[in-house]
Design a binder for this molecule. Structure first.
Ligand code: SF4
Length: 366
């Protein structure tokens, strides 16, 4: 299949790995930001094919994983209401809140529905004018344009029984927060191609300069990731710290103009809490004053719900690259995909779930 098979070619992968080995002279720690890249790295064993000197650190780029417990609890509260139809993508249904998940709410009689687009939720709102319909809008810059479009359409069509529970987060402030952590070991980043296909790359050169780090934008197939690593190592070895775009088939410097215009109209920047990490200034979006009436947190008065994170789960350390998932004492015992203690075990893009799926036998014998 074009753009899949041709970017998984083992012969070309072998050549890229040989080139990386040829230029590597010392230890380097590289963080892949995106959970999709983490999944691909672990699934294909890319980290095990690299020279020993290169460590891949798995970053906080899984949208489900970084959604704070507090917003999950707010979702539970709203979804429990008899007048509400609560719509979400399927991956949020098993994410544990403080004492239940959305599946439990559904089994207890809540009207929780899986949709494949936020616009589906808007259709449900049109079909059910006597009910309140809420869409759970989480994720990075990739999912935000569709959510923004839905709110814009709700406003344009005067659909007042629709609202959005928003928890959008942004990659560049997260890179800055990781670099400013006193425990940071990251020396370079692979940036997420799909995020940059929306937002472009204009925010990244300043980060390269401020923290003296190479940032290479790349995709998700094995050859994309290997090419990103190759370019990153070349920069590190030669002392350069620049933005490079290794995903030109999808990413332009200026990004997607109409999507960015929609985002600018519907959202405004805000401080956001990241699960296990805490509040990162200016790292998220909320609805702008023009669309604030569509904000589910205000409509259902759940702004006062505050929740502490689990003391057992070490996903915050996993998400900052301070430990690998199997170094958490609960990994594979108390915490499994069937019984997840933290969000990084729920989502297929979560580092804990990826290690459980592809590495648990290896790490349990290590
Ligand atoms: S293995 Fe489970 S408990 Fe441990 S960090 Fe991962 S999600 Fe949290």
């Amino acid at each position: 299949m074009k753009y899949l098979d041709e970017f998984s070619d083992p012969e070309l992968a072998g050549k890229l790995i040989a080139q990386i080995k040829a230029v590597t002279t010392r230890r380097w720690s590289i963080m892949e930001v995106c959970g999709g890249q983490t999944h691909s790295i672990i699934r294909h064993g890319i980290d095990q094919l690299l020279p020993d000197e290169i460590e891949m650190i798995h970053g906080p780029g899984c949208p489900v994983c970084v959604t704070p417990l507090e917003i999950i609890d707010k979702a539970m509260e709203i979804a429990s209401r008899p007048d509400v139809i609560f719509c979400s993508f399927g991956d949020m249904l098993r994410v544990p809140g403080s004492d239940k998940d959305l599946f439990r709410i559904k089994s207890e009689g809540g009207d929780v529905r899986v949709v494949y687009s936020p616009l589906d939720a808007l259709t449900i709102a049109q079909e059910n004018p006597d009910r309140q319909v809420v869409f759970f809008g989480i994720g990075f810059e990739t999912t935000a344009p569709a959510n923004a479009m839905t709110v814009y359409q709700a406003c344009r069509l005067e659909i007042r029984n629709f609202s959005l529970l928003v928890s959008h987060v942004l990659v560049p402030p997260a890179i800055a927060a990781i670099m400013e952590s006193p425990e940071c070991r990251v020396q370079a980043f692979l940036a997420a191609g799909h995020v940059c296909s929306v937002m472009g790359t204009e925010e990244y050169p300043e980060l390269c300069d401020r923290y003296s780090i190479p940032i290479v934008v790349t995709g998700f197939e094995p050859l994309d990731i290997l090419e990103g690593i190759r370019r990153t190592v070349l920069q590190l070895e030669s002392g350069r710290h620049e933005l490079e775009n290794a995903y030109r088939r999808a990413v332009r410097e200026e990004g997607n103009g109409p999507a960015k215009a929609m985002l600018e109209d519907v959202f405004e920047r805000t401080d956001r809490a990241w699960r296990g990490i805490g509040v990162i200034p200016g790292s998220g979006w909320r609805l702008s004053p023009k669309y604030r009436e569509y904000d589910a947190e205000h409509r259902f008065a759940v702004t006062d719900i505050h929740t502490a994170e689990s003391e057992v789960c070490r996903s915050g350390e996993v998400l900052q690259g301070l430990i690998k998932p199997h170094e958490c004492e609960a990994f594979g015992t108390l915490c499994t995909p069937r019984n997840p203690l933290g969000a990084t075990m729920v989502s297929s893009e979560g580092a804990c779930a990826a290690y459980y799926l592809y590495r648990r036998l290896e790490v349990s014998h290590a």
